[in-house]
Design a protein around this ligand. Structure first.
Ligand code: ZN
Length: 475
């Protein structure tokens, strides 16, 4: 079997090969950038969505679903928003053989679908806060090279939209979303930084945007999702007003929180290694694969013991696959390692006789598991695996950052760079040109390394108001 490309020196090739080898998606659908969710990939997606649903509903948000088509006149109401998405939308202009009176946009995101209806729903201060989310597919005519999960044209998308009574409540909602994402990322074992985007890179129409970025090797970063404060930028054009307790009419302040299948790409990119994908147990399509190594004997043979073990673990609530196919055991080990299954249980003749299985986790640790204590010992090994995976990911995260003290130092960066920045757009663009990437913005959390005093802006030399910002190469 072919070896994977080297993750460090040929990251993109490595990523594409890992996605392929794990059989998470099928790219052969005849529309570029629209991929098929295979059964294995779909399982991962469903587990991922379950974490999003659990954490967002814990904050009082409710699920709903809006239609996929948006009338052109509603889409055009917020000027910055339409400017930001104009070049990326798919249009529906015909119904059967006739031209539509009002052309329809296939949603690239749902502000303009939802907000005309929010204007009808929100009447009084008693209707607030309004916190709702949907998990739907959105469509963006992506012009850059498409890549599975990371840059696609049909995107599996999570979007929360909220209406709050005032700016302060909206700021609180942003904080609550940041905390919800912290819990989601813990389940995905993904270290990241929340970063406030510079003005020129915020969501079209937002007052400000905070994005979550994960370093994925070298100076490369992957945006995992984002939270936006809209102030009254959408509520004014869409007329979302309420009667306050004092009888006055007020515009709501809005927020949104967006995540997508990119999270799955990030899990592959961050945890994957020379053998393929590695899934944390919360997301793993199968947490345990049980592999009988058949002999010729009947009775208490390997297949019977393997079936018993699989059945018991399944009843215990684990996601199990019993691989009883006729491939050689070595080929099966190789395939399930590439697929990122956290734990493998091997049952040969010796194991069947002693009723002690051999466990091997995806990080290479092996040991016996007594059939008598199967559920308990498998649970411990999975927890141990998650801890080791987190340790590995956090060590890689900490090693991903370095300070740059001059623009010249940014060229050919092999790490994400901390730079002192005065906040001006002109300096921001100079930093972006020097690193051949983006100024990601200013962190909303403690810095991952201690860079010392800020000093002067590395572009213009101004010492006044210079702050630490991050610069990298977004995928
Ligand atoms: Zn400057």
């Amino acid at each position: 079997m072919a070896e994977l490309p080297d993750k460090r020196t040929a990251f993109i090739d490595w990523y594409l090969a890992v996605v392929e080898a794990a059989r998470l998606t099928d790219k052969r659908y005849p529309v570029k950038g629209m991929n098929i969710w295979t059964p294995y990939g779909f399982r991962a997606r469903r587990n991922l969505d379950a974490v999003l649903v659990r954490e967002i509903e814990a904050t009082g948000s409710e699920a709903l679903e809006f239609p996929a088509l948006i009338p052109a006149n509603e889409f055009a109401k917020e000027k910055e928003h339409i400017k930001g998405f104009d070049a990326q939308v798919y249009w529906v202009t015909k119904g059967g053989l006739s031209d539509l009176d009002i052309p329809l946009v296939l949603r690239p995101t749902s502000e303009t679908a939802i907000y005309p209806i929010f204007a009808v729903w929100v009447r009084s201060h008693r209707d607030l806060p309004l916190n709702v989310y949907q998990i739907v597919n959105v469509f963006r005519y992506e012009t850059k090279t498409t890549r599975p999960f990371v840059r696609v044209r049909e995107i599996h998308f999570f979007e929360e939209h909220t209406c709050q009574a005032n700016e302060e409540h909206a700021t609180e909602r942003v904080r609550s979303n940041l905390e919800a994402f912290r819990k989601m990322a813990a389940a995905f074992v993904l270290p990241y930084l929340p970063i406030r985007r510079p003005e020129w890179d915020k969501f079209p129409g937002a007052f400000y945007s905070i994005a979550f970025d994960a370093p994925v090797g070298g100076a490369r970063t992957l945006q995992l999702g984002s939270v936006h404060h809209y102030r009254e930028n959408f509520s004014r054009p869409y007329g979302i007003r309420y009667e306050a307790a004092d009888g006055s009419q007020q515009y709501v302040h809005q927020t949104t929180f967006g995540l997508s299948e990119r999270l799955l790409g990030a899990i592959v990119a961050v945890h994957g290694d020379a053998k393929g994908a590695v899934f944390p147990t919360a997301i793993a399509p199968y947490q345990v694969v049980v592999i009988p190594i058949p002999g010729t004997e009947s009775g208490e043979g390997p297949l019977k013991v393997a079936s018993e073990a699989a059945e018991r673990l399944r009843r215990h609530g684990a996601r199990i696959h019993l691989d009883g196919g006729d491939e050689r055991p070595g080929a099966k080990y190789y395939r399930w390692e590439a697929a990122g299954v956290p734990l493998r249980l091997e049952v040969g003749r010796r194991e069947a006789e002693s009723r002690t299985l051999t466990a091997a986790d995806r990080l290479g640790r092996k040991g016996p598991v007594a059939l008598d204590r199967l559920e308990h010992e498998v649970g411990e090994r999975l927890a141990e695996f998650d801890r080791a995976l987190a340790e590995r990911a956090h060590a890689a995260f900490a090693a991903s950052f370095a300070v740059a003290r001059s623009l010249a130092e940014l060229a050919g960066s092999t790490q994400v760079r901390l730079v002192a920045w005065c906040g001006s757009e002109a300096c921001g663009h100079q930093i972006e040109a020097a690193i051949d990437g983006a100024l990601l913005g200013t962190p909303e959390a403690p810095l991952p390394i201690d860079p010392g005093a800020t000093g002067a802006c590395i572009a213009c030399g101004a010492t006044d108001g210079a702050r630490w910002a991050l610069a990298g190469q977004p995928l």
